[in-house]
Design a protein around this ligand. Structure first.
Ligand code: NAD
Ligand code: ZN
Length: 360
């Protein structure tokens, strides 16, 4: 499957399907990526032993020269130190303005390599080769960033890829927990935008969890397509794009107080989405909205209740740190119905406290 992402002034394709790693060289050539300039492949030490050699050999067979940089897996790779190391590899590898930087991995590698691509010689072509389900989300939108010790994603840029090459076969080696957590963002895309797709996720839960290639390709295409539609209407995050944050205000707070170890991102936002639905219900929405949200997420084995041991004050405290907090009123994305959300700016801290208690 190919999906074209249109961003007004430019557009790029997302290839999604089985066996695409074996076509990397051909697809690079089709999109006029330079064979005269070395290509830098950035990956991590979980992904490298599984797929790096195949990608290198495939690109080389098509006449590309490759340089590879393997970073240590995990969020810590999104640091200035590791950024510096990748830059060193780029310079030593002789990359020039027409060189492509390739991200082979999950969202971490995508964000890191993307920021290198955005800044090396003021910007070079960037190719995403996502290997996690969550990365269907991070590969669309053009946001690339590394972390500052004081705050996540603080040092970054907008840099759109030339193309995205998503081989669903690579997802077979993902730990099961990462699979479920990645699917949480897919369900989110249905919940914010497309009731039919949300229902489809519910009907195909087992096939998605089993990584059936056809089902997964369709789900990832839909997830990317919804994100692309939202982003193309608001590339610089001025308004509409905020709906992508469904479940994220509470989710980010849970991640922060869990020290980014207790919850995976997709798990934290799953609880956040359940909480948002309950806030909406407390404000008069149909209770079925909450029940259906929990049923959908629960089907994927995702958490939808607040862990008992998490202190209410700490959750609220972490949320107050959030930039969206103003004078006891929070900006929140709330569901209106399955497939539809609204942005409200008057959620009171007391309403959040209430759902934290209700969800325990
Ligand atoms: P990740 O990149 O850390 O990958 C998760 C784990 O799976 C890692 O240990 C990785 O080594 C391993 N892995 C990756 N592919 C594998 C495979 N095929 N087989 C076996 N193991 C594999 O995490 P993620 O969940 O993909 O991404 C999270 C990151 O994405 C965060 O840093 C987040 O900020 C970022 N993100 C960015 C955007 C954006 O718009 N730029 C959006 C959402 C998330
Ligand atoms: Zn997210």
């Amino acid at each position: 499957r190919t999906l074209q992402v249109d961003l007004g002034d430019r557009s790029y394709p997302i290839y999604i399907g089985s066996g695409l790693l074996n076509e990397a060289g051909l697809i690079f050539a089709k999109h006029q990526l330079s064979k005269k300039s070395p290509v830098l492949i950035v990956t991590d030490d979980h992904v490298a032993p599984l797929y790096l050699k195949r990608v290198e050999e495939n690109l080389q067979a098509e006449g590309y020269r490759t340089v590879s940089k393997v970073v240590k897996a995990g969020e810590k790779a999104k640091s200035l130190d590791v950024f510096h190391d990748v830059m060193t590899a780029a310079i030593e590898g002789g990359l020039d303005r027409r060189s492509a930087v390739v991200a082979l991995g999950g969202g971490v590698v995508g964000d890191l390599a993307g920021f290198v691509a955005a800044t090396y010689m003021r910007g070079v072509p960037f190719v995403q080769m996502p290997t996690t389900i969550l990365a269907h989300d991070s590969s669309v939108g053009g946001k690339v960033a590394i972390n500052h010790p004081l705050a996540k994603n603080m040092i970054g840029a907008f840099h759109q890829p030339e193309l995205v090459l998503y081989d669903v076969d690579t997802l077979r080696t993902l730990p099961e927990r990462e699979i479920r957590a990645g699917l949480s963002e897919m369900v989110k895309h249905g919940l914010i935008w497309d009731a039919e797709f949300a229902a489809w996720c519910g009907e195909n839960t087992d096939r998605l969890l089993a990584l059936d290639p056809e089902t997964l390709s369709y789900g990832l295409t839909m997830g990317c397509s919804i994100k692309a539609q939202v982003v193309s209407q608001d590339e610089r995050e001025l308004g509409l794009r905020a709906i992508l944050n469904l479940g994220h205000t509470i989710g980010h707070a849970l991640e922060a107080i869990g020290g980014y170890g207790e919850f995976l991102h997709g798990e934290a936002i799953s609880i956040g989405m359940a909480a948002s639905a309950l806030i909406a219900v407390n404000r008069g929405a149909d209770r079925a909205l909450y029940a259906e949200t929990v049923r959908l997420l629960g089907g994927f084995g995702l958490p939808t209740v607040m862990p008992e041991h998490l202190d209410e004050e700490r959750i609220i405290g972490a949320m107050m740190h959030d930039k969206k907090f103003k004078e006891q009123q929070l900006v929140f994305v709330l569901p209106v119905a399955i497939g539809q959300v609204e942005i409200v700016s008057d959620v009171k801290v007391e309403e959040v406290r209430r759902v934290i208690r209700e969800l325990k």
